[in-house]
Design a binder for this molecule. Structure first.
Ligand code: SF4
Length: 438
């Protein structure tokens, strides 16, 4: 027999809020939910609020309080949701709060607290949706677009300015992924450090507390989940400092993927990048003192227009001083539509290739040394795949696809997705060899 899924819906506010209500109700009906006009007949109540003037705020708060008293299971959305503290002060029992135009978030919250009625077609899909990654790790996209205008990049032209996902929606997706067996979440975006600036850091209610849409607050909330949390594309803005204690405590992985692109001030300026290499070096040093396990990954571009031998040497000096753990490098190549195409001082192709070779040789030596320093260490690794001879795993210091591996002789009874304690026995240029410690 089909389970009951009846929703009470209270719609307050202006015509824009009404349109939001219609969209949510249409989606609810499309998914097979019924609506109910009575509190005692509904399995859940959604209140779409108004927050325009004091009287509207009071009316919304009264409607929420009434729904909580009469039904008990209440989700709040709409304009007043942009000030979730007002709601949690008055009605801490509400299940979830989202702001205006948050259709997807409201639907995600409804699914969480009242699963949709059985549908033989839709129910073929797992609750976490279809993922293209293996079952034990998943990418968590927190925003789209970018507010920077790096001269070599056309992403802002293609995808527009930064649009962050509401933090409640991101956390809900993260929670679902972990519940479905994901052991590692890889937080991605074009610019993770800028997360939430477009939302003015608007807070959402999650697990009974307010979480702001800000990278460090999101990382702190994600740290509550029983999974590895790895941050990608973090630019070295000042608030990145706040992540380091969380890494040192083991809340999130001590891993920062920080695309620096270059180290020479002149080239960074031509790239329109907001960074200064000397300050970056000082910060890296400070971070490592605070969290010695910290692993830094970065990407660089060599042969950018105007890069002379002197500027390239500056980059090599930075590389040797920073001793980053993992580094990717690309030869500059013009992208149609990028502002950098108009810059003077194009570097001949053979010089670009030669610089890439020299850059990679310098980094290979550093990586080798960094990996050798791990020999004898004890670490927890995550099993990625089973091969005939080897169990392929990864340590906290390796992101999937882009970094190295930890190889364990295939003599152990391990499964993909297992966390295993190992001792590092040996190191090659990119990978480590380890054995489990029982
Ligand atoms: S390179 Fe990154 S930070 Fe720069 S514009 Fe492109 S997406 Fe934004």
């Amino acid at each position: 027999m089909a389970r009951s899924a009846k929703i009470g819906f209270i719609s307050l506010g202006c015509p824009k809020a009404l349109v939001d209500s219609e969209r949510i109700l249409t989606q609810l009906r499309a998914e097979g939910y019924e609506t109910s006009a009575r509190y005692d007949d509904a399995d859940l109540v959604v209140v779409n609020t108004c927050g325009f003037i004091d009287a509207a705020v009071e009316e919304s708060l009264e409607a929420i309080a009434e729904a909580v008293a009469e039904n008990g299971r209440v989700i709040v959305t709409g304009c007043l949701g942009a000030r979730p503290e007002r709601i949690s002060e008055r009605c801490p029992e509400v299940l979830a709060v989202s702001g205006p135009h948050a259709y997807e978030e409201v639907m995600a919250q409804v699914h969480r607290h009242l699963p949709p009625p059985h549908d033989p077609f839709l129910d073929l899909l797992p609750p976490q949706g279809i993922k293209l990654t293996p079952r034990h790790y998943a990418y968590l996209k927190i925003s789209e677009g970018c507010n920077h205008r790096c001269s070599f990049c056309i992403i802002p032209a293609l995808r527009g300015d930064l649009v962050s996902r509401p933090v409640g929606e991101v956390l809900l997706e993260a929670e679902r992924l972990v519940e479905s067996g994901v052991r590692e979440l890889l937080v991605v975006s074009q610019d993770t450090s800028a997360y939430g600036t477009d939302l003015r850091y608007r807070a959402d209610l999650w697990r009974g507390r307010l979480v702001r849409a800000r990278m460090t607050d999101l990382a702190r909330a994600l740290a509550d989940l029983p999974a590895w949390i790895r941050l990608h594309y973090v630019y070295p803005y000042p608030h990145v400092d706040e992540l380091i204690p969380l890494m040192a405590e083991g809340g999130i992985l001590p891993y920062l993927d920080m695309p620096l692109q270059h180290a020479s001030p002149a080239i960074l300026k031509a790239m329109r990048r907001p960074a200064a290499a000397d300050r970056t070096l000082a910060r890296i040093e400070r971070w490592r003192k605070e969290c010695p396990e910290l692993v830094l990954r970065s990407t660089f571009i060599v042969g950018f227009p105007g890069e002379t031998e002197a500027e390239f040497e500056e980059l090599l000096d930075f590389l040797r001083a920073a001793r980053l753990d993992r580094v990717g490098a690309f030869v500059y190549s013009p992208v149609e539509g990028a502002a950098a195409n108009a810059l003077p001082g194009a570097v001949p192709d053979e010089v670009r290739q030669d610089r890439l070779r020299r850059f990679m040789a310098a980094q290979a030596e550093i990586s080798r040394e960094r990996l050798r320093e791990r020999i004898g260490e004890l670490a927890i690794v995550l099993v990625d795949a089973l091969r005939d001879d080897w169990i392929i795993a990864r340590g906290p210091w390796d992101a999937p696809e882009i970094d190295g591996k930890v190889l364990i002789a295939n003599e152990w009874d391990l499964t993909v997705g297992d966390f295993v304690k190992v001792r590092i026995l040996d190191a090659s240029d990119h990978d480590l060899i380890a054995e489990p410690v029982l």
